[in-house]
Ligand binder design. Sequence first.
Ligand SMILES: Cc1cc2nc3c(=O)[nH]c(=O)nc-3n(C[C@H](O)[C@H](O)[C@H](O)COP(=O)(O)OP(=O)(O)OC[C@H]3O[C@@H](n4cnc5c(N)ncnc54)[C@H](O)[C@@H]3O)c2cc1C
Length: 383
Amino acid sequence: MEAALLTDAQRDVQDLVRTFAEGEIAPHAASWDREHHVPLDVIRRLGEIGLLGVIVPEEHGGSGLDYTSLCLVVEELARHDAGVSVAVAVHAGLCVAPLLRFGTPTQQAAFLPRLATGALLGAYALTEPDAGSDTASIRARAVRSQGGWRLDGTKTWITNGGFADLFVVFARTGGAGARGISAFVAERGVGLDSGKEIPKLGLHTSSTAEIVLDGFAVPTDGLVGTENEGLKVALATLDGGRITIAAQACGIARAALEIAVSYAQDRSAFGGPIARFQGVQFPIAEIAARLDGAWLMVLHAAALRDGGLPHAQAGARAKLVASRVAVDAADVAVQTLGGYGYSAEFPAERCYRDAKITELYEGTSQIQRLVIARSLLGDAARG
Ligand SMILES: Cc1cc2nc3c(=O)[nH]c(=O)nc-3n(C[C@H](O)[C@H](O)[C@H](O)COP(=O)(O)OP(=O)(O)OC[C@H]3O[C@@H](n4cnc5c(N)ncnc54)[C@H](O)[C@@H]3O)c2cc1C
């Protein structure tokens, strides 16, 4: 996306990820999608060139860059492969970020250097079969045991779940409701197993798995933040994570727009390019304008976060808007390609399948509206 608003360091990281994505991802993305191949080697190589440790401070072996830079990485990757982009968004935004904000110095020293290089790949395990939007109703339990905690329960829809080495995981340590949940960080080990990979509409290059906790031992110093206040960790993390998903949505939308533009210029009908028809031009123009708006919202939300300012509202708004632009852009791409838009041999249909997820995870669009409405309307919105 436009570099005019970026610092030199941000432009450098954008150039780095662009070169990598165009060389190592773009040529293979369509076949990986068809084969449901999760390109773990590519994800690890992103670690080797510093792109998994973008927000990890230099003293912990990372690149020491800001959240805006992470959004640039996710957007650029999503332009070519939405699955690879969400692997990075979750690793950095949902595993590195809560350790940076809530982790103890011991946890940070133990995990951040390896997360920065990709020696450890991270995941975030909150959702359960009966608890998605209603995060306060999770049932996985953590009970004190000798030397720490034992966790039991089932998590579902866990991105990177098939291969992640390190989990930020949420379990109930107190009574029912929002105040009885704690956050833990622990490496994969006995008692934590990846269950089945969940077949999906799109995002075929992303691992999405169940995680079964069966007496999983977490040491005492694996508690992240305050006991029974883990939901605050979960929700504050998602406040930032949503900005990266909005960036992902912008990357998918940009891909769709580029597909539509190039096809409209090349395809002929009724004696000339279809680009001369207003019915083809206007939807493309509309998406271009809306995408600019969505991207500025991403940059704004990320800048607030980088400045240490409240960003929950800006993040929710950016995700709400950007995810709809992604879905609409993919629709315009399919429509512009006509029958070929429906063909699995042309790229528009992959955008169409991948775009929808941005309206679902890290809070559905209804939940973003709820967050926004409650902040505007206060107690009156709670009924
Ligand atoms: C591909 C994929 C990857 C994911 N990755 C992760 C991950 O890494 N870690 C993780 O913890 N989770 C992950 N998730 C889970 C995801 O965040 C949840 O699916 C999402 O939050 C919605 O929860 P749910 O599916 O249980 O839907 P539900 O909460 O059951 O919602 C069903 C419908 O009801 C609506 N709804 C619910 N409550 C309200 C309300 N109060 N007001 C209005 N409408 C409402 C919802 O918007 C939705 O339309 C992932 C999901 C997918 C599909």
